[in-house]
Structure formats: C-alpha cells, structure tokens
Design a protein around this ligand. Sequence first.
Ligand SMILES: [Zn+2]
Length: 451
Amino acid sequence: MTTPESPRLIVADIVWTGTGDVFEPGVIELDGGRIVAVSAVTGPRPVGPDVVDLGASLVMPGLVNTHAHTPMSLMRGVAEGHSLLTMEGFLAVLRTREAHLTPELVPASVAVSCADFIRHGITAFADQYFYADRIAPVVLESGLRAALAWGIVELGDDTARARELAAATAFAESMQGASDIVRGWLGPHAYFVDNTPEAMVAELEAATRLGAGLHVHFSTSSEEDDWCREHTATSSLEQLVAMGMLEVPTILAHCNTVPVDELPLLAGTRASIAVIPSVAMQSGVPAAPVRAALDAGVNVSLGSDNVCNNTGVDLFEEMRTLGKLAAFTSQVPNEVTPAEILGIATVNGHRALGGAEGDGMLQAGAIADLIAIPLAEVGRGPRGAQSLEAALVYGTSGASVSSSLVGGSWIMRDRRVLTLDVDAAIAQQQRDYDILISRMAAATGEQHGRV
Ligand SMILES: [Zn+2]
C-alpha cells in the first residue's frame, strides 16, 4: 500500500468552497487534518515539495453519505422486484439471507463498498449494520470518516434484544477514543415496529452515556405511526419527542411518509433526516418532503442506502435525482436549488454525523476533507450561461472524481484508491457470496428433507 501523502498546500484552477466563495485559481492551506486558509492565487502559482497543484481541476468539499449498509454489497441485486422499505420485504428478502451471514463474510464486502464510496467522491458516511466490529477495521484502513452504528434487530424477541443491545453497546464503548475520524454509534433497525420502547430506552441511555449517536430507519411507510396511534394515541414522531429520543445525534433514514405538519417537531433537535430519493422512486413510495423539511428548519442530509434497493452509491446522481424528484412532485422547477442540494450533501451531512458547525465547507478551521474533479468532466455550459452549482448537481458524475483527501491525507489520487486493495476485496467477495449461497441451498435441502 502506498502511504498517503499529506500536502501543505493544494492548488487548483477552481476551488468551490461551499461558503459562497469561488476562487479561480485557488489555494488551500492545510495543517494537522484541518484547513488553515483558503484564498485566491494572486501572482505565480506556489510550487514546492509540499505543494500539490491539481491543475485544470475543480476542488470542492467531499460528499457525505448519511445512510449506508456497507456489508450489503455482498447481496447486490437480491431485492430486485421487492421493496425493502416494508417489513414484509425486509423479512422475506433480506433476513432469509442474513440468517446465513457470519462475521467472516463481512470485511471484503465492506472494502468493496468503501472503495465504491471513495471512487464516487464520498469522504464521510454513516453506516448501520450488525457485526460492526468487523466493519470498523476495514473502514479505519480505508481512511474514510465515519459514524458506524451496530444495527439492532430484535423484532420483539427478548433474547435477541438482550444480545444485540449488549453487542451494540460494547461496540460503541470499544470505539471510544479509538480514532479521530471513525466513531461508534448504535443503530436500531426501526423504532416501534422492530425495536420495542424497552429497547429504545436502553439505546438512548447508552448513546447519552457514551456521547454516541443513533441511526435508525424512520417513516419508510406508515407502520410506526399505525403502531403508535394504536398503543400511545400519539404519532411516532410525537412519541420520539416525548421519550427524549431526539436529544442525541440521530439520523432518521428515509422519512418518506412523515407528516409535513409534524416536521417542526424535528427543528432545533439533534436529529437529522437522511433522504434517499432513488430508493423512494425504485421502491414505489412517496418522496420525502425535502422542501417542507428545509423550510421547517430540519437538517436534511443525503444517503445512498444499500445497493440492494438502490443501484449504486453515486451521490452526484443522488443529488440530481433529489432535485428532479422535488421539481416533479411539486411541479415547480428548482423547488430545491442546486446550492441547497450541494449543502444537503456536504455541510448538512457532517452536521448529521455530529461534526462541528462549518465542517463540510472549505474554510479556515474546518476539517480537510475534499475531492477534485477534472474541469473537462464538469458538464458546464458557456461561462455565464450556467452556475457552477447547477453544473455540479446536474452535469457531473461521481465517477469523474479523480482525487480525494480526508483529514489532510490522500485516499485516492488519479482515480486510484490508495488505501485498499480493491481487486483482492472483489475476489474475496465472490468467494464469500459462493459460501452464503451454498449455505442457503443446504438449509433449503434440509427443510425439504424434513418435509
Ligand atoms: Zn437502510
């Protein structure tokens, strides 16, 4: 493995900062994983052993994927024709396979997912899956910034609840102080319809005690609301507020059916919503109310979800899908503007991960997480015809990202991932898949034998 270099100055023809400032050309000064200064180059471009001049490139903040399940690249394609956003789809398609998943089948697929993230301009992400103790070492190797939540599936089973709560809490404890950029969270799969209120109380207590966050699926359908109306006579969001569940950093993934008039309940809390417009479209569920949530003061972020109910991890594609879906559903062009969409995929993402205010913009004091794209691949019209923001959202592919820096260290240069052996991970993933399928076939055969 090549040791990532840590430059002091990065120069590029365009530096899009996310603050409103654009420098052409621009220079970014770095120190200790943070940005010291960003400015226009005046006079000759700086040169030197600790200067990296990216030439005819655009540099911008790295994108943040706030809802992922990295081990699930092992099962890409298995949910075609199903919706994993319903308990029925989750149980019938996914849990039947996960019943045969053992910890050693996790790391290679995590590496495949992390490499996919890096190659599409993602520099930070929030993950939710069990066996997070097998996920963390690979993520640490990848150099990506992350909040890793041990996924808790209990479905009302007392034994599963005790086992998964213990595992998730032990994992979050083990990550305390382990890394500056990778943290351990707790990941209740879904409140009420999966994790019982008893589990929720324990999860909130552990998250509060450990300074960790909670990462949960929410409002993918009306199932939580139906349960809460029957058992508590309140909505699920009102119940979360009453239980104090939104007083720790919380990612509520999807939020397709959250009632618009309840969105103000999320404003001013530590909860963020993670929308995944491609998954809403592919699963045939309503679009999350992005415009209304922004107007209500809710922190809206962007995720990819897993590659079983999404087709990929390209957040540039996800950004333009968000814009198009918001315009389509409201019948208002630019219902969510390109500048807002870029904020959703950068600054808001870091806020959702519990980052410091201002992280996700290229400015003094912020974390040094950035990506570079060759200018020839930023689909921009004649100068003056199109904003840079519109060109990035509607005319740029994540596959065009050529370099990526996290915490001041390169993790990709010239489209080569520096931190992971991608070919070896892909080969191992195939062997892991073959093992999983053979176990499923053996189990089916036993069942048939008994019948
Ligand atoms: Zn999910």
